[in-house]
Design a protein around this ligand. Sequence first.
Ligand code: ATP
Ligand code: MG
Length: 376
Amino acid sequence: MHILLVEDSPTDADLIRQNFLRLGKEQWRLTHVERLSNAIAQCQENSFDVVLLDLGLPDSDGLETVAEFRASVPIMPVVVLTMMDDEELALQVMAHGAQDYLVKDQITTQLLVRSLRYAIEREQIFQQLKNSERKILSAWEQEQELNLLKSSFISMASHEFRTPMTTIRTSVELLQKFDRELTEQKRDDYFERIKAAISQIIHLLDEILLLGSGEAGGLRYQPEPLDLEKFCADLTENLRFSHSQHCTITAEYEGDCSNAVMDAALLWHILTNLLSNAIKYSPSGGNIRFSLLCQSGTATFQVQDHGLGIPLKDQSHLFETFYRCSNVGKIQGTGLGLAIVKKCVDLHQGDIQVNSELEKGTMFTVTLPIEPSNSK
Ligand code: ATP
Ligand code: MG
């Protein structure tokens, strides 16, 4: 047992030391200091099992001594040494975090040893209690977070599913009711609306599945050799084809990007989400710049648009599930795309940054290691 004795009176310190001498040297080791400041410094440098603390010291007096010591050294059993047998003082001392107190002129070897052992044990139990309290609190917080996610999912789902479902129902009803009276053009129109609504539902379900639990969802990291430049060229070509209406996409490639080892499916989610956001949130069109730079083992992807921009207050929440910024207006979305992007970037041990100015445009920068660090 390593004991720190904090006692300024040489006579009292000697008395305590004699008690320990009777125990035999192999069982204990005593370090003696005379001031509270020295005691705190000792505890920061060495590890002790227990502290015997006199209340009246040159640099501190009374209950302050215990309070100050506990504040600086919170995890350490403390037994206080007092001059008198005072019930009141004992209670106060315990309330300030000491485990026990000993009246100096009543100390016997037996009493001393028992008090120290109890103090150590009590402190251990106290720490265990504190640990389980911390665990319970963190489990509770996790559950709260999950509940929040659930309720935001329910309110989002009821809204996001309801709109396309209603479109489908009304279109079908109209088709049924007025089939004969409808022109071919009108009929096609309703079928197109139904198809768009179904696509919207499928998109929503796909995103939810992706973000769902690891096994059910598709987000697993499976790196494979990949020619990044070709991959990006194919992807931008596809997007140009499907979103040709109002935006142009220019792509730039720099460095040797032909020998990457990445997860193509995850990379696809990252880039399609960023590019389709860039298109979607540029309602008045413009050019979307997409660039890829491969150098020093890192691939840097940038997607820059000249669209709505993201309000500063929303920027720190972008990657949260279901989060949509305050300036989206009537532009449709579920707020899941960037949460998926973030997961895919994390699985690659990469990084994502956003730079955006309201009504000027947005630039997302994703950096990913060209190959997994353990594959070298
Ligand atoms: P979806 O899940 O269909 O992608 P979404 O586009 O609303 O829906 P995210 O892609 O996660 O969701 O984007 C979250 C929010 O961030 C968007 O709702 C939008 O407010 C904002 N945002 C994302 N990209 C841009 C961008 N390029 N310009 C402006 N705002 C953007
Ligand atoms: Mg999106």
